[in-house]
Write a protein that binds this ligand. Structure first.
Ligand code: ZN
Length: 398
């Protein structure tokens, strides 16, 4: 297995910071936090590293950019500039071979973002940065992911959390596919012309336009995600889709009762479609009654529940993390985009400073793999949930 090809590139280093663009004080993408201690023996740690190195490891949902260190003063302006530095070095040490990077946040002005121009700006800016280095490649096929693994590179899959930006033009899905997008969520928490989001109290289900969009995404070979959709909309998307449907980042409502988590019925339907659920780890999402302080332990309570419910072949991880202080970001975003209301509507949880072990894209898969090794899961089971299941599903969707 080749070691990482990363050779030190930093985002936008083809420009002169301060002269060509405004520079912010950014969070480090390596060695920012003390690693979570799983108490692994030397043999268990070695087995963890071997599993990460030898197998295809895929994050089904993350945001691998470096947040400003001072979110409360810098975040919104930094975001509007769309010049979001990638955590290349952190990613190169993460064990990941592929990551679903959910774009659309960069450049967005409005509540929820995802206006057409904003997304095109974000996409183009990200790909422009990628074009100036040779460690990250754009993943448009399963072969790209396998190549990244074989060559010590990272394959980045461009995804969008919501489809509001297509408005009522189905052909925009073709345009997005042509620009490299391979996964789109139906609705990002608020309802749109396709269907309802999880924040809505009345879910009218998948609209006729939404049905046409699902059909087109099937025809294009673009993954449909229902992570932020309402329950009825999610079920109707799964019913309408001829290909497996993804829940890229969520958890089980039976474990933690918030709208952000999925009821058994939706998780079962996703699995029956041939899809997978990626277990989420953004702050205060996958908490559990047994672990009210969000950490790897509560995340794995959701994992175990989903494995028991639908079988291990339908479960994976979509941690949904950034390089930087996610809680600080939520605080700033909630005023503008309303990201916290669905989380706060659930049971009381214990405050944490970080989701220990699952705080950033550099550490999540090492923590998950180590946890599984420590808790007696077999190599085959671990290989499936850290990437094998996603590869199998993408072969059917793309
Ligand atoms: Zn999300």
């Amino acid at each position: 297995m080749p070691t990482s090809r990363y050779s030190g590139y930093q985002s936008f280093s083809y420009l002169e910071p301060g002269r060509d663009y405004e520079q912010y004080d950014l969070s480090a993408d390596v060695d920012r936090l003390t690693p979570h201690d799983l108490g692994l023996t030397a043999d268990e740690a070695a087995r963890t590293e071997r599993l990460l190195a030898e197998n295809v490891v895929i994050s089904l949902h993350d945001h691998p950019v470096r947040l400003p260190r001072h979110a409360r003063t810098d975040l919104l302006e930094w975001n509007r500039g769309a010049r979001l530095a990638y955590g290349y070095e952190g990613l190169s040490r993460s064990g990941l071979d592929a990551v679903f990077d959910n774009l659309g946040w960069g450049a967005c002005e409005t509540r929820n973002g995802w206006k057409w121009d904003d997304v095109i700006t974000d996409l183009g800016m990200r790909f422009c940065d990628f074009a100036h280095q040779d460690y990250v490649i754009r993943a448009e096929t399963v072969a790209d992911i396998r190549r990244a693994h074989a060559e010590g590179r990272l394959a980045v899959v461009a995804g969008l959390e919501g489809a509001a930006l297509i408005e009522n033009e189905i052909d925009r899905l073709d345009v997005l596919y042509g620009l490299g997008v391979r996964q789109i969520g139906v609705a990002y928490s608020d309802a749109n012309a396709l269907g309802s989001g999880l924040r809505e109290t009345g879910d009218g289900g998948l609209t006729k336009l939404g049905r046409r969009a699902v059909r087109r995404m099937n025809q294009l070979g673009m993954a449909v995600d229902v992570s932020h959709s309402g329950d009825r909309t999610a079920l109707e998307v799964i019913e309408a889709s001829e290909r497996p449907v993804l829940i890229t980042h969520a958890g089980a409502r039976a474990v933690w009762d918030t709208p952000r988590m999925k009821p058994d019925e939706v998780i079962r339907a996703c699995a029956e479609s041939g899809g997978v659920i990626g277990i989420e780890a953004a702050p205060y999402t996958t908490v559990s009654a047994a672990h009210r302080a969000h950490s790897i332990e509560s995340v794995m309570d959701h994992f175990r529940y989903c494995v028991d419910l639908v079988g291990i072949e339908h479960v994976t991880f979509g941690p949904d993390t950034f390089f930087g202080d996610h809680l600080d970001m939520h605080h700033v975003m909630s005023a503008k985009w309303g990201v916290e209301d669905t989380i706060r509507s659930g049971p009381a949880f214990d405050p944490v400073e970080t989701v220990s072990g699952m705080e950033n894209p550099g550490e999540c898969f090492r923590t998950v793999t180590g946890w599984l090794v420590r808790h007696g899961w077999t190599d085959d089971e671990i290989i499936a949930v850290i990437g094998g299941n996603v590869l199998r599903v993408l072969e059917k969707i793309w």
